[in-house]
Design a protein around this ligand. Structure first.
Ligand code: BTN
Length: 351
């Protein structure tokens, strides 16, 4: 259970912009938006009853339903309700409330279990679902990574998130999409958690203390050099303990909990990551995007100056990593003094 901060025992009257419940707004989501705005304080049952145009018993029934879904909502006789904690599994109304708090209008599909959220997003796109939208799942049976790898996706505590877009832009404008997302997500996580040693390993790994914290997988459908639809998948180890990882991943993986000692609130993380991804997908189309990318990559580049081996198809070469070029390729200084740029491949560190 990840906790919400405890305040002094004060009642706060949330001033949601609309003042009233939005037309057709789910009452559970409205209650949670009020509790989030009031956090760490309480919201009176009277206030909720008035806004929702129902009795206090009716409000209590909604609170009870949210509790049964796993949320910890404290009740105090004279003060009302307070959001105290959330479980390690996403709950739809709380994610919706957080997205609204972040002013992010993105429909989402939250699944108990799926093969892969990227595959689910592709199926929804193929059915004509309007984009953007997000797909999240409590667990994945066939979570996949780059180069045919699998992504370990057990139930509880981690994020498996895919965001589907229909960008209709030239491929060249989106060629650095994953690098942009890596920088934005890395910076956001660094700011949120205060973990300093959080960097991006070209092209798609989030690294913390030299271990893998998360991975990104972008898959696109291209037609005549135009990106028609695309799915950006993010797997992030949030609250898993090192002992929860299979033995073959234990030495090379980490989580936000393992790195910081704190249990993180999945709903806030998911909502803010969705926001970050949507904002970044516009930013990477902006003027001078390539110049900005080169500058920002320097701050987040895990490989910078390290001795590495790149395995690309049947070819293997070694050298020192030297940042990226404007096309997003990994620059290497080879042992023979020449420069080389890798556009694809598996990168490993040499000691
Ligand atoms: C990698 O490290 O190679 C990328 C891993 C990407 C994993 C995420 S989890 C959510 C989404 N669904 C998938 O099947 N893969 C991505």
């Amino acid at each position: 259970m990840a906790k919400y901060p405890k305040g002094i025992k004060k009642t706060y009257t949330p001033k949601l912009k609309q003042g009233r419940v939005r037309k057709r707004e789910n009452p559970d989501v409205y209650v949670l938006r009020c509790l989030l705005q009031a956090s760490p304080h309480y919201v009176s049952g009277n206030h909720l009853a008035e806004k929702l145009k129902m009795s206090r018993v009716g409000v209590w029934a909604h609170v009870d339903k949210l509790r049964k879904a796993g949320l910890s909502i404290e009740a105090s006789q004279n003060r009302g309700y307070r959001l105290a904690g959330e479980p390690d599994l996403l709950v739809s109304p709380l994610l919706e409330a957080w997205l609204k708090e972040c002013k992010t209008d993105c429909p989402f599909y939250l699944l108990q279990k799926t093969d892969s959220t990227n595959s689910e997003a592709e199926r929804l796109l193929a059915q004509g679902t309007e984009a953007p939208f997000a797909v999240l799942s409590h667990q994945q049976d066939s979570g996949r990574g780059r180069m045919g790898r699998t992504w370990h996706s057990p139930k509880g505590g981690n994020l498996y998130l895919s965001i589907a877009l229909r960008p209709n832009v030239e491929l060249v404008k989106f060629r650095n999409f994953t690098l942009w997302q890596g920088i934005s997500i890395g910076k956001y996580l660094k700011d949120l958690t205060g973990i300093q040693n959080l960097l991006v390993k070209w092209p798609n790994d989030l690294i913390c203390d030299n271990k893998k914290l998360g991975g990104m997988l972008t898959e696109a459908s291209i037609d005549c050099d135009q990106v028609r639809s695309m799915v950006f998948g993010l797997g992030l180890n949030v609250n898993s303990k090192l002992g929860d990882f299979p033995t073959d991943l234990r030495d090379s993986s980490t989580s936000l909990l393992a790195a910081s000692g704190i249990s993180w609130r999945l709903h806030e993380l998911a909502a803010k990551l969705i926001k970050t991804c949507l904002v970044t997908s516009k930013e990477c189309l902006g003027k001078d995007a390539d110049t900005k990318l080169l500058k920002e990559w320097k701050e987040m580049d895990y490989l910078k100056g390290k001795k590495i081996k790149v395995q690309s198809g049947k070819e293997t070469y070694t050298g020192r990593a030297d940042g990226i070029d404007h096309s997003g390729g990994l620059r290497l200084k080879l042992r023979n003094g020449r420069d080389r740029v890798a556009h694809a491949g598996e990168v490993s560190l040499l000691l």
